[in-house]
Design a protein around this ligand. Structure first.
Ligand code: HEC
Ligand code: HEC
Length: 404
């Protein structure tokens, strides 16, 4: 059961939401910015910028008022303060936004002390975690944002520390292990969370009690993709609302009669911001593959395999973001040799042909991560469809996938 939240918003937040609700591409006119900055200078949203930039702020910093769940229900503020050093935080995959830190901060900081984690949170430097830290260095409350799962950093300072990269999944993030730190959960539930491992999450577990997590996907390269999620549950905003209300436990409304969900909360801090949040996600293109990361001649040969012998292009249509979902086509698990458990938990009982984007940046592959590498993907199709690809063709096809 999700806990019931009590209205705790301030007038400033309410007026921001109202403002964003009626904001068009030109941006709003009467920013309540000063009021919000007075509350927390690090989390004041830009309200005088176009929709994608507002959406970026929300993607990175907006908790949708989910703090009561992460603070009062899971007690993670107390756990972090008592026991989570930066070394531990990095080990469970949390990322540090280096641009929030003064030069030399990490070199002189005690990375084994939870007090340093509190300081990182005070500086708003932990990607996807927003905390109110009191003057005497206690975490009064904290919440999570979309960036927790869907942003990473470029490791420009050291592993796990660098500039933010939005839209690529945090494949190191062990959400299950983090939630399982909560003293409020029964052992059986903790065991499920601890079974997921890095880069995976099960957004249906608290609804149906089944344990079949999926790989956290990229939230980019979706501009021309009609339906989102592995099982094509709905467009971008459908998922955004589902996850914000039912998983992040934000204070908002989400209903889907087909899933038996009807949650209405006032104020609704989710629905009004969905358009700008969507605009930001759709502005995120897949990053180009790093220079020298694939062999262009082999990739060109692999492209031919993709469209002919490999039969890949019949579903991953190159001119349609490498998916056929825009044509209204979904695939039964048995069509491509996928495990059916996940699909059967949801509405369509089928999988969407995954749009292929930035593939080298988010292994493993398939909804359940059953293919560790791109070669494993190719081997799967080669044996499932009986393609008879030669080792050379397989290698070329892999180079082509790396180029996408
Ligand atoms: C706890 C981790 C987590 C958080 C937080 C989270 N997501 Fe996701 N997101 C996922 C997972 C897992 C999926 C795959 C769901 C599925 O297919 O069943 C997903 C799917 C998506 C997709 C669809 C990608 C595709 O290829 O279809 C988008 C877009 C997205 N998330 C954006 C967001 C936004 C925006 C937020 C904040 C409102 C958010 N997510 C919060 C884990 C998360
Ligand atoms: C009959 C339609 C179909 C054909 C043919 C097909 N795919 Fe797929 N592909 C899918 C579906 C459906 C998924 C999603 C499966 C899942 O997540 O479990 C997928 C997923 C993938 C993924 C995983 C992407 C990710 O981000 O996890 C890759 C890579 C891929 N396919 C490559 C190929 C290649 C290469 C070929 C040709 C050898 C091919 N596909 C042929 C339908 C197809």
């Amino acid at each position: 059961m999700r806990p019931h939240h009590h209205a705790s918003s301030t007038f400033a937040v309410l007026s921001l939401v109202a403002l964003l609700a009626c904001t068009d591409q030109r941006g709003p006119t009467a920013p309540p910015r000063a009021a919000l900055e007075a509350q927390n200078p690090l989390t004041a949203p830009p309200v005088d910028v176009p929709a994608p930039a507002q959406g970026r702020y929300i993607f990175r910093h907006w908790t949708f008022g989910d703090e009561p769940f992460w603070t009062d229900t899971l007690l993670l503020n107390a756990v972090i303060e008592a026991a989570v050093s930066p070394a531990t935080a990095l080990a469970v995959g949390l990322k540090v936004d280096a641009e929030r830190l003064p030069p030399g901060f990490l070199a002189s900081a005690d990375l084994t002390s939870p007090a340093t984690t509190v300081e990182l949170l005070r500086r708003d430097a932990v990607v996807g975690v927003e905390a109110d830290v009191t003057a005497d260095k206690h975490i009064k409350r904290l919440g999570i944002t979309c960036a927790l799962c869907h942003s990473t950093v470029d490791n420009s300072v050291t592993a796990g520390v660098g500039r933010r990269v939005d839209g690529l999944p945090n494949s190191d993030l062990n959400v299950g292990a983090i939630v399982a730190l909560s003293p409020a959960l029964p052992a059986a539930v903790k065991a499920v969370f601890n079974s997921w491992g890095p880069g995976k999450y099960d957004a249906e577990f608290n609804r149906d009690g089944i344990n079949s997590p999926v790989v956290i996907p990229p939230a980019l390269g979706l501009r021309n993709v009609a339906l989102e999620t592995y099982t094509a549950e709905g467009p971008v905003s459908y998922w955004n609302a589902y996850v914000a209300v039912t998983q992040m436990h934000g204070h908002g409304s989400f209903s889907d009669p087909a899933l038996g969900i009807s949650i209405q909360q006032t104020p609704d801090r989710v629905t009004p911001v969905l358009p700008v949040l969507r605009a930001y996600q759709l502005s995120l293109d897949a990053p180009a593959p790093p220079a020298g990361s694939f062999d262009p001649a082999a990739a060109a040969r692999g492209q031919a395999v993709f469209t002919t012998t490999g039969r890949c292009a019949s579903c991953h249509i190159p001119t349609m973001a490498f998916t056929d979902v825009n044509l209204g086509i979904l695939h039964a698990p048995s069509e491509t040799g996928m495990d059916p458990v996940r699909a059967n938990r949801l509405k369509n009982h089928k999988y969407r042909t995954t749009p292929l984007r930035a593939l080298t940046r988010h292994a493993p592959y398939f909804h359940d991560g059953s293919a560790a590498t791109l070669l494993a993907v190719v081997e799967h199709y080669n044996s499932f469809f009986g393609l008879g690809l030669s080792p050379q063709q397989k290698a070329d096809l892999v180079e082509y996938l790396k180029s996408l």
